[in-house]
Structures are given as structure tokens and as C-alpha cells.
Design a protein around this ligand. Structure first.
Ligand code: DX5
Ligand code: ZN
Length: 221
């Protein structure tokens, strides 16, 4: 059976003018998911190093960084150096993924790799031993509030089969359109770590986090 489900609200859906209060509203979560976008890898712009440094200094929750940026070879270690919990970069943007993973780990963070919906599992399989977390995107990266893509579930199943077969303890994370309607599908396919932005922040976050956690546990792989 997969690990107890982890719920990681995406602060992309939070009130950017009051992060201290927003972190309090999600204090029962396992981590806060921080979407770093550079307006090149994706057509949207969010947080840079100084902003993440400030969020980290609040010390409210472990920070799970999702880098949707070009040149993670250069940038990922700089983000890891801020003392965050995990740093995930996109395979599609990386030149030397195993080297980046090694650097992230050496700086004390968990190393994650993300796949766009169209990137097949086969492209990462041989490198997975270098990573602590695999992020299967369930929307095209760039924006919150999009529709969950069920067509990404076979890829998640492949990843779960790989982890079961090899005995790997890698975390399998889904991100995009995760809600009470879709989390069960992702849990059944083998995800154990769930990012949710609009589903958490549009209601009462503590209630939504508890509900998502329970639904994911009910559908545990
Ligand atoms: C999309 C981001 C997601 C986004 C999820 O590129 O990676 O983390 O915030 O938002 P929802 O849960 O609203 O789809
Ligand atoms: Zn994300």
C-alpha cells in the first residue's frame, strides 16, 4: 500500500498580499507548494529567489518548490540553497538532470523531477534512482484552475509499477486540477502526494485539506 497521502496546497491560489495569513489557513497541510515561473518555460511569471527566501523565513510549513523555468541546471541549486524542503525541476528544461539532482540533495533538499503531460515515462525511467519525488503534471504547467487531465493516469500507473517493482520509496506527486472530484482517480493510479490550489483556497482550507486527505486515503493504491 502507498504511504499516507500528503496534501500540499499550491499558494498560486492564495492571496499574494498576505502570505502570513494564508500560511496560517493551511497550517494542517504537509507542505506548501510554491510555483516558480519565469515567463519563458511557461507563459506566466510568479516568484523569484528573494520571494522564496522570504517565504522560507516565515518558517510556517516545509516548502515544496516547483520550478517551471528554463536552465534549472543553473537555478535549481540556488533555490535548494535557501533551505527549502524539496526542489522539483522540469525534465524538459534540463541539460544534466542527474547532476542537478545530486546538487539539490547535497544542499539538503529532496530532489524532484517533473514531466509535462506530453512527456512519456520512458524519458525519465533510467534516471529515477537519482530522485526523491516524481511530479506527473495533470494539466499543462503555467496556470491554476485548469481541468484535470485523466489521460495522464496511465503514466502515473507506469510510475507506480516501476516503484513497486524496484522497491523505490520515491514520492509520486500530481499537480493540476486536483479536487474532491479527481483526487480519488489519482490516488487509485498510485499517487501519494497531492498538490491542490484552487480546490483548497476557494473554500475553507482546513476543511478542504481534511476532505482531500480522507478521499485520497479511501482510494489508496
Ligand atoms: C500549474 C501549477 C499548479 C497550480 C495548481 O502550473 O503547477 O501547482 O497551482 O492549481 P490548481 O490546483 O488550481 O489546478
Ligand atoms: Zn505546481
Amino acid at each position: 500500500m502507498t504511504a499516507a497521502p500528503r496534501i500540499q496546497p499550491s499558494i498560486l491560489a492564495a492571496d499574494f498580499a498576505n502570505f502570513e495569513r494564508e500560511f496560517e489557513r493551511i497550517s494542517t497541510a504537509d507542505a506548501a507548494h510554491v510555483d516558480v515561473m519565469d515567463n519563458h518555460f511557461v507563459p506566466n511569471l510568479t516568484f523569484g529567489l528573494p520571494m522564496v527566501e522570504r517565504l522560507q523565513s516565515l518558517g510556517a510549513l516545509p516548502l515544496d518548490l516547483h520550478l517551471m523555468i528554463e536552465n534549472p541546471d543553473h537555478w535549481a541549486p540556488r533555490f535548494a540553497d535557501l533551505g527549502v524542503f524539496s526542489v522539483t525541476f522540469h525534465l524538459e528544461a534540463a541539460t544534466a538532470p542527474a547532476t542537478i539532482a545530486r546538487e539539490i540533495r547535497a544542499l539538503g533538499a529532496r530532489a524532484g523531477v517533473a514531466l509535462r503531460p506530453g512527456t512519456p515515462f520512458a524519458q525519465i525511467e533510467e534516471l529515477l534512482g537519482h530522485f526523491d519525488q516524481l511530479l506527473i503534471m495533470t494539466v499543462e504547467p503555467g496556470f491554476g484552475g485548469q481541468r484535470f487531465m485523466p489521460e495522464t493516469m496511465p503514466k502515473l500507473r507506469q510510475a507506480r509499477e516501476w516503484a513497486d517493482r524496484t522497491g523505490s520509496e520515491i514520492w509520486l506527486q500530481v499537480d493540476g486540477g486536483v479536487s474532491a472530484d479527481t483526487i480519488g482517480m489519482a490516488a487509485e493510479a498510485g499517487a501519494d502526494t497531492f498538490v491542490a490550489g484552487s480546490a483548497v483556497f476557494r473554500g475553507e482550507p482546513a476543511t478542504e485539506i481534511a476532505r482531500l486527505r480522507e478521499l485520497a486515503a479511501d482510494h489508496r493504491h
